[in-house]
Design a binder for this molecule. Sequence first.
Ligand SMILES: [Zn+2]
Length: 322
Amino acid sequence: MSRYLIGIDIGGTKLATVVATIDGVILHKIRQPTEAKKGSDYVVSKLIQMVNETREFIQVSCSQIEAIGISCGGPLDPQTGIVYSPPNLPNWDAVPLKQIITQEFNIPVVIENDANASAYAEWQFGGGRGFKNVVFITMSTGIGAGIVSDGRILQGTNGCAGEVGHQILIPDGPLCGCGNRGCLESICSGPSIARRAKEAVKKQTNTKILDLADGKISAIKSEHVVLAAQKDDPLAIDLIQQTAFYMGWGIANLVNIVNPEVVLIGTIAIAAGELLLEPIRQTVQKMAMRRPAEAVQIRPAELGNRIGDLAAISLVRSPMNN
Ligand SMILES: [Zn+2]
């Protein structure tokens, strides 16, 4: 009898459920809006229904499912499986998600926060294949990260390891979503890049960034900065280089602490490419200690928009090929 895996990806706006083979080949997927405002009971019962629809579509019975992997916005505790009011899931307060799903299906369940699960997916299926020590960093609305150390997700005592975006680089710097000031995230996330761009454009209006935002400073986004830099706009290039400097600084700290073989950077780094990656590499080489700096490669992440589905599946697939 064939065996299968189920993956559940819980995001602030979308839910996805997938059925995959035990090797991680995705066979079927269903997507629905999260409707997080309707509360956890509503979302969880919708997820259960989606899991059943996904497996029934390809005629897989519950007894053929080996395990269920859940990738969800944190904070959450992977041991107890309790999800603690993630910022993107309002009305969720200490939801025992692992317990609910285990009881519903009577199948083993593994849950991880989405950044850690994404790192595990990049290690198994993407740019981290063949390495033992991998750091994955997303640069989007926040700066999230996951660390794979010796082939295992570094979880820490209660699931909070890898909060790379909240290392403080500038005391009394910009206010961060976590309540502190000067975190890497408060300088280099998408909204933080946009904020720095808006401040700079107020002083220097002759820039392609403003043209791309239809002439409205309030409409400037990080994408406009990346596009303008790719069109050789000097102000945009300055902003990208500042971003690369702080990213490089943060990554140099990580390189000294974790000593990874590869650091994979997603989202904005994929869009900006070498324009951002090369100055990050130069900063890391300057700021990290020589031996760990020599050992590390800094590359764009590879899975792109497949990462959500593979993140949940990677948690329950046995990584025999890595
Ligand atoms: Zn912070």
